[in-house]
Design a protein. Structure first.
Length: 687
């Protein structure tokens, strides 16, 4: 599905799914509402056509920009940036980009090479125009060379993917210069100090399994002066006699031309021959011109690849924001965020640090690529404390290409020295905006920018952080509505809805479902003897203990007063009894610290009576609750601190002892539905 994602302006990080026709503006009737005072009521319209989406400016008095250019109407492509007033959006389509084949070859560090004294050289051209100007002399040689360049440029320009382009360049130059070998090398780092052979082609065909050997002396010379160089007989030159790359391969003549784009070295083209016939000065001039044309095409291909990679990043970012928005559980959100951050940014380590709202201290909440033991060891170090704290305090992202540039000794636990930290801001763009934490990433893949994070990475992580803030806020609101403040288990209203959902699911799928009802024994005595605060502490401890005894898919709720309930999807009677016994024993063993007025703090222990029931076809939600409650009452009658499982014999026994002789099936469903939120009140003696 196509989407728009706000990346700058109010409501940054918000995502809109696109239909066949959507209107952007400030009017409430707009399907895409932009909370930007400079935006018109109906500023633009996005329509789905046969050949894709197009955007139309509806307000002639205000501009609409797509990728920085003003348009009245234009087609949209995946990754386009749309700017309307102070709001910038990214257009994203769910089409999975194709994987790129990585270039995996050995790099040559040019800093460790010796100087050369080669004299046959030619300055590289500044641009393609200067190449054309040098050939416009009207001679037959110039005309022939110009046609050759045009023909070669046409053949190369049909290959947009980088590897195909350099392969074609090697093949065409091998044929053009009648050489025995042609090699294309590309730089692998931002400052252009390392080069690696990418493709080599031989006159007699490809030689699989054979490493390309390149003369370091030649490469060093080309890098140092950016000149194209020519050697007419390398085997007669004493400078090359100790070089395996020249001697072992019997190289006699070679041309090595730099690939220079806008004054920056981006690679090298080298052609060589093992024959007596050597390359000429004219060949050197033509190779230099070819290298200039090729450098432009290679840079265009790199730009194309970066755009494809960015489109892929947008695709994954779109899926990531959808995913974390679908969760309402805080811990689940945080686990997904660190996992998605690593996937989107091609790194192996990420973490989320949140600020304690009461103490203001930073706390590691979720990690990917490191254990909590490792975090405990590095916590408080200069890097962690200084940088994360700075981001949280200032509310600004921090991109560090290399920590060594800051005079900091690299941590051996990290493979690369770059890191990126962005703040998590709730209510961004509002006066009440607050920094609640930060997302940190490290160890970026060496295949991506040499292991260093980029400004684009920062923008992407910033968008993910914005969605994380929204998701955490939604989870907090959901928790307030569904979780009991005192016991930290679900409230009664949520319990009723969850039990009905699980009952329907069990009936439809014919899967087991059990319900536990718990009533603390003699709870009224705690309030009488120690006060209400002591009773609250008992309830708080019991709630925490119960949550430790159940599975993640189980639901613990406070039914009312000192009564609790546990929904056990997938649990048959035997498993329900086992879990009930586990809870009963854990509550009995848990010491509860309390103190009465004027008394010192001491510990007490409590017990509970538990009733269990397993769903039978045809059982309603209310009947399940009545049966479980009846089992609780029977456990109380049998001496308390025990588990009783509902069966018909319990019904008969309770029928004889209950007022009016009614069984649970006959009892009225008073105060059982979600429309009633009145807590069940214990007997005066506390049960």
């Amino acid at each position: 599905m196509a989407q728009l994602i706000i990346v700058e302006g109010p409501n940054r990080g918000k995502t809109f799914d696109l239909g066949k026709k959507d209107t952007l503006g400030r009017a409430e009737a707009c399907s895409i509402f932009l909370n930007d005072r400079r935006v018109s009521d109906e500023h633009a319209e996005i329509r789905l056509r046969k050949n894709g989406y197009e955007i139309v400016n509806l307000d002639n008095t205000k501009s609409l920009l797509v990728n920085g250019e003003v348009f009245k109407q234009t087609r949209l492509q995946h990754g386009d940036w749309i700017t309307i007033a102070d709001t910038t959006l990214v257009f994203s389509e769910d089409s999975e980009p194709r994987d790129k084949k990585p270039l995996d070859v050995q790099a040559i560090d040019t800093d460790d090479l010796g100087r050369s004294q080669i004299q046959a050289r030619l300055k590289s051209f500044e641009d393609a125009d200067s190449v054309i100007e040098s050939l416009e002399r009207g001679s037959q040689v110039a005309d022939t060379r110009l046609k050759t360049l045009y023909s070669l440029a046409h053949k190369l320009s049909t290959a947009m993917e980088l590897r195909k382009l350099v392969e074609r360049l090697a093949e065409e130059t091998l044929e053009l210069f009648k050489a025995d070998r042609s090699t294309v090398m590309l730089t692998v780092d931002e400052d252009g100090r390392k080069v690696r052979p990418v493709v080599t082609r031989y006159k007699d065909g490809e030689r699989e399994g054979e490493d390309t050997q390149i003369s370091r002396t030649i490469v060093k010379e080309v890098f140092s002066c950016k000149d194209a160089i020519l050697c007419t007989d390398a085997l007669d030159d004493a400078r090359f006699l100790s070089g395996k790359s020249i001697v072992d391969q019997n190289v006699r003549s070679f041309i090595c031309a730099p690939l220079v784009h806008q004054g920056k070295m981006t690679g090298i083209l080298q052609i060589d021959s093992t024959r007596e016939q050597t390359f000429s000065q004219e060949d050197l001039e033509l190779a230099t011109a070819v290298a200039q044309f090729a450098s432009v095409l290679i840079e265009n291909s790199k730009a194309y690849r970066k755009r494809q990679e960015y489109n892929q990043t947008l695709f994954h970012l779109s899926k990531a924001t959808k995913r974390i928005s679908s969760f309402l559980d805080r811990d689940r959100i945080l686990k997904e965020v660190v996992k998605l951050a690593c996937m989107i940014l091609s790194c192996t380590k990420s973490s989320v640090v949140l600020k304690n709202p009461e103490t203001g201290r930073l706390r590691l909440e979720s990690v990917q690529g490191m254990t909590k033991d490792v975090w405990a060891k590095i916590r408080g170090t200069e890097i962690g404390e200084r940088f994360v704290k700075k981001v949280v305090e200032e509310g600004m992202p921090l991109l560090i290409p290399d920590v060594r540039e800051l005079g900091i000794e690299p941590n051996p636990r990290y493979q690369t020295q770059s890191c990126l930290i962005v703040p998590i801001i709730q209510g961004e763009g509002q006066e009440s905006a607050e920094v609640v934490g930060a997302i940190c990433v490290a160890d970026k893949s060496m295949q991506n920018s040499g292991g260093a994070f980029s400004g684009t990475d920062q923008k992407v992580l910033d968008i993910l952080a914005s969605h994380t803030a929204i998701a955490l806020n939604n989870a907090e609101l959901y928790e307030r509505a569904t979780v009991d403040v005192l016991t930290r288990v679900f409230v009664r209203r949520y319990f009723f809805q969850k039990l009905e959902d699980e009952r329907r699911s069990a009936e439809k799928r014919h899967s087991p479902l059990s319900l536990l009802m718990l009533d603390l024994d003699n709870f009224g005595q705690v309030n009488k003897s120690y006060g209400i605060q002591a009773g609250d502490q008992v309830l708080r401890t019991v709630g925490a203990t119960m949550k430790k005894c159940v599975r993640p898919e189980d639901t613990v709720a406070r039914y009312g007063g000192e009564e609790f309930a546990v929904i056990l999807p997938g649990a048959d009677q035997e498993r329900a009894h086992m879990i009930a016994e586990r809870i009963r024993a854990a509550i009995e063993a848990e010491p509860i610290p309390i103190s009465a007025e004027g008394e010192e703090l001491h510990e007490i222990k409590k017990t509970t009576s538990i009733g269990a029931v397993t769903f039978q076809p045809g059982d309603s939600r209310d009947l399940l609750i009545k049966k479980a409650d009846a089992a609780v009452r029977w456990a109380k009658a049998q001496g308390k601190n025990r588990v009783e499982v509902w069966n018909e014999s319990i019904a008969k026994k309770l029928r004889r002892t209950s007022p009016g002789g009614r069984s649970p099936e006959d009892a009225p469903p008073a105060a059982l539905g979600p429309e009633s939120d009145v807590a069940a009140v214990a007997e005066p003696d506390g049960g």
